[in-house]
Write a protein that binds this ligand. Structure first.
Ligand code: CO
Length: 304
């Protein structure tokens, strides 16, 4: 019998400054490890003011992780030490496996009127694949198929499968799903998920119910779960929902529509040694990475 996942925890993303001075909102990061394993970090950026983002993310290294950039408005110019370069535009996804290491820069550029918006998600790599050859999967907006569910939801399928529609990003180590789900007012979305996977939703806009019990904090009175939200019953923009165990996720709406990212991944359950943009298993591996970066021997991969 299908068991619907309840909300395990829920919280709001928090303003932070990253890169050379980019103002963004962090849904989760270092502090939350290992709750969202294999995911490490989710940053949301959205601003019309170039002062909030134009300093960008100048040259920096990554090793041991994947960074997934999903642009909703404006664009992000990307350039790396292997002479790869490109532009991630609204609706595009760049799924970058840093593996053994890349050094890159990521510079947001506003659309007319200045607006830039999007996300960066970090997924961890297992010990065995941390030093794999770097690779990119760049998917243009037109290459991301849209699924319509029988309940009336519309889903951009980046990675995974909904209503027989399969996303273009495949063969990723942690077997993830990444969906951009829109549910109109008064409708619902039900999605089968892998039982052992960790799953989160991040609300982009609107509001919805992410727990079949409507008020998951009925349980709080019984001594389980916690929240930093006063009324968590309805989840609005900038809310991170971490689901508990089960094999189905159900989201329903009332008077307003909701749009959210839904991500699922297989937990690695390995030690995490994390400093800045590099995530390894041990402090020794971290030291090696930064020593190599200083010495100019960091990049192992060949040009794609
Ligand atoms: Co980066």
């Amino acid at each position: 019998m299908a068991e619907t996942r309840r909300i395990e925890k829920v919280w709001k993303s928090r303003p932070t400054v990253e890169g050379a001075g980019v103002r963004l909102k962090r849904a989760f990061g270092f502090q939350e490890v290992p709750q969202l394993d294999p995911f490490l970090l989710l940053d949301a950026f959205r601003s019309k003011d170039p002062a909030d983002y134009e300093a960008g993310f100048p040259w920096h290294p990554h090793r041991g992780i994947e960074t997934i950039t999903y642009v909703l408005a404006g664009e992000v110019e990307h350039q790396d030490s292997l002479e790869n370069r490109g532009v991630i535009s609204a609706g595009d996804v760049q799924w970058m496996t840093a593996g053994s290491g890349i050094i890159h820069q990521e510079m947001p550029r506003g659309e007319r009127g200045g607006l830039v918006g999007g996300f960066q998600l970090w997924a961890n790599l297992p010990a065995k694949q941390k030093m794999m050859e770097p690779r990119y999967r760049e998917v243009k907006a037109a290459g991301i198929p849209q699924a319509k569910t029988k309940d009336g939801a519309t889903v951009r399928v980046i990675c995974g499968e909904v209503a027989g529609v399969r996303g273009p990003v495949r063969e990723i180590v942690t077997d993830p799903e990444l969906l951009d789900v829109s549910v109109p007012a008064g409708k619902s979305f039900a999605h089968r998920v892998k039982p052992g996977h960790n799953i989160f939703a991040y609300v982009v806009e609107g509001e919805g119910y992410f727990d079949p019990g409507r008020d998951p904090y009925a349980r709080e009175a019984a001594g389980s779960g916690w929240s930093d939200l006063a009324r968590p019953c309805v989840c609005g923009a900038d809310t991170l929902v971490l689901f508990g165990p089960g094999d189905t996720v159900e989201v329903t709406t009332e008077g307003k529509p909701v749009r959210f990212l839904l991500a699922s991944g297989k937990p690695l359950r390995e030690p995490v040694a994390w400093y800045g943009p590099i995530v390894m298993n041990t402090k020794d591996e971290l030291r090696t990475a930064f020593r190599e970066f200083e010495a100019g021997t960091f990049v192992k991969g060949s040009r794609r």
